[in-house]
Write a protein that binds this ligand. Structure first.
Ligand SMILES: [Zn+2]
Length: 219
């Protein structure tokens, strides 16, 4: 049984690192939502988007490919969500290449849904570590906040926060709240060792699912 966030949990939701108007607007929306207890919309379907696939490996070190990690993590999220009675749509459930436009088209196909893209991160120096969740449109901010908060609670990994970005899948998915989760750095040797285990990916999946359920309950 998942626990839903108490007020003290809500107060500790990660603050957006955005500067300028976007961040201010997102912050004000968050305060408004917390004050009124209402969120944008109900949903009964979760669209899961495992990043990359096919010829597009995503981040890779040796034989550790982001496309495989993302797909395995998404399948774990899928199983957990189905157990909770939610409908799940996968943009891909095998190792195939799907163009970005195909992914956002699925994100916009039906209303009454949320869109969650799953990725693993990379940086050249190898020093980057931790988890972060991106949103583009303000309506997606709270979903990003809940997922990020529960990811950190489940994994105790570095909290890189909730951030604004213009990545295609979260920008072009306009019909539903849409977020992109970076589930750890393939380029960081400690995190890479972790993410090669099912336990790490299961903890990520549980964190994502708890965040989704908390967002659903917060209405
Ligand atoms: Zn990626």
């Amino acid at each position: 049984m998942f626990r839903f966030p108490s007020f003290s949990t809500l107060k500790t939701l990660p603050r957006t690192k955005v500067s300028g108007n976007k961040g201010l607007i997102a912050g004000l929306c968050a305060v408004f939502f917390l004050a009124t207890g209402s969120l944008a919309q109900a949903f009964d379907t979760v669209i899961l988007d495992p990043g990359h696939g096919g010829h597009d490996r995503g981040a890779s070190i040796g034989y550790v490919f982001e496309k495989h990690l993302a797909l395995d993590t998404a399948r774990r999220v899928e199983q957990l969500l189905r157990k909770q009675g939610l409908k799940v749509v996968m943009t891909r459930s095998t190792d195939v290449f799907i163009p970005l436009g195909g992914r956002s088209a699925i994100g916009n196909r039906d209303g009454n849904a949320i869109f969650v893209s799953l990725h693993y991160n990379y940086n050249k120096s190898g020093s980057g570590h931790g988890l972060e969740t991106f949103y583009c449109h303000d309506r997606s901010y709270m979903l990003a906040g809940y997922i990020q908060a529960y990811l950190i609670q489940e994994t105790r990994l570095q909290n890189r926060g909730v951030k604004h970005a213009n990545f295609h899948v979260i920008r072009a998915t306009t019909k539903n709240p849409a977020v992109l989760v970076e589930c750890g750095f393939v380029s960081n040797s400690a995190e890479r060792t972790g993410m090669m285990t099912g336990l790490y990916r299961e903890r990520i999946a549980v964190g994502v699912v708890k965040g989704i359920l908390a967002f659903k309950q917060a209405r």
